[in-house]
Design a protein around this ligand. Sequence first.
Ligand SMILES: [Mg+2]
Length: 199
Amino acid sequence: MVLRIPKIAFDIDDVVFKSFNLIANKLLYKYNLTVEEPPTFSLRKYLPSLNEDQYGEVINEALSQVDYFEPYPGAISFIKYYHETSKYPITFITSRNEKMIPYTHNLLDKWFSSIEYNVFFPHVENVRKPNIISKCCVDMFVEDRFKYCIEVANGGNCLVLMLDRPWNRNRLDEKSFKIVPVKNWDDIEMIYNSFLYLF
Ligand SMILES: [Mg+2]
């Protein structure tokens, strides 16, 4: 076995940036929805009269507000540190739809202007996240949505680092052994460093 620095890929929404807050604020503004604690991932549940297209429109409106995005503490600095130490281009894999492609580039260019990165949109390409992960030879994937954590963990040789969010708590069981729950970006840095120091 040839040891190499692990290749890490990143989901964008609610992993690097606090996207959920933007969607919740948009729903508050448009439909007067106050989100209960702890929130569920799909806020549509609270607005049964909203159809899927209307909900999708709210999400698009929220995610197109490039200047309103706030990163999670430690996310930007870790990704820059990872890039510097690994020399890999950064790989982002997002479930965003086709309309969001230009906004996603604007957002990533704003925060990672000095870094070479690739962003993949599996839903637009009509494939699944594990397909992209295998194609890019990703060793670890940082994700927040349990559904995708399971998909990736079952779909190949990739370890999933599941960032703690209200909607993924208490979801792990014996079938999710390839999912490592992490509290925050400091935990991710510690895991990465434990591999990096082998070199
Ligand atoms: Mg996400």
